[in-house]
Design a protein around this ligand. Sequence first.
Ligand code: KG4
Ligand code: ZN
Length: 356
Amino acid sequence: MRILSIETSCDESAAAYLEITRGRIVRFEHLVATQAIHEKYGGVVPEVAAREHSSTLPLILSGLAEKVVGKPDGAALGRRVDVVAATRGPGLVTSLKVGVDTARALAAAWKKKLIGVNHIEGHICSAWLPGAPLEAAIGGAKGLFPALVLVVSGGHSELLLMRNHGRYALLGVTRDDAAGEAFDKAAKLLGLGYPGGPAISRHAKDGDPAKYDFPRPMMRDPHFDFSFSGLKTAVRYFVQREREKLADPRFVNDVAASVEQAIVDVLVAKTVRAARQTRVKTVILAGGVAANRKLRETLARDLAAELPRVRFVEPPLSYCTDNAAMIGMAAFFRASTGKFDDPRTIEVDPGWELGR
Ligand code: KG4
Ligand code: ZN
């Protein structure tokens, strides 16, 4: 199966080509462009993002054609494709629409199958991409499911029970801010720019994570929901009170390390408890925040100590943040079930929740 996939749910314009034969990836190309324009606003501006997608996506697609067929020729690329896929939700409505409308136009013009992919399912499927731990399990693997998935990104913090591809049950979700948002907002308060996650972890490396005791909301509650807005507020008041210290790099590093520790503590405690209660065989970490080294290391360590028989799977760093390769991978598993969308009626679904 040969899949062309498109991702435009937030501020990355991306396209990928994935060719899978008998459970093996035999060809793989992908391109992603991050919209730098949002840095000056300190966050993603939806209308600006959609306009940027409209102008960038055609260039990304011709660049992909160049990689796959050796020339920027869309028709030649079309002849090499069986399925066209795009992220249909969740995400920013106008951004999603650029990707979905492009995909439906290509599918209709080329007379190919069409699949609208759930962005969260895409993040999860990054664990099956080339070089990722589950690449060899594309054709199926014994002892993998049920799996517990922690998806943490700028827009989502979710714990899902995955019984198989396409079979999810939502165990918990954030009630306010996502984990990535907590990183981004803390970074903004510390004057570290956008996106904040990478900046916080860079500064945290040289800081003391035990220096300031920030709240760990809902960490010990029996349910699996998250809440990060209280942490954000606590950091805001603290930084306002101590604002003259912001000029001191040691202070910034210590706050960054303490915030990172608070977020990681909550995510790891809930994930380990959910894994124990659901008796899963595998725990999969995914989403932009999965690029956080402290989170990866702490979750791996605590799972190994408390549930040594559970396999821990984390995607390579390069596939954690938004990309189209993961959307192609999710489309492959959907296509394998024979469920396709109709180019005449497909709609974006900005609030699409997986597993509800
Ligand atoms: O998955 P993603 O690219 O976009 C969404 O679907 O939201 O995730 C982006 C989020 C941002 O909030 C960013 O700050 C966060 O992932 N992030 C990180 C790191 N790298 C990216 N957060 C913590 N540590 C990191 N190293
Ligand atoms: Zn994402």
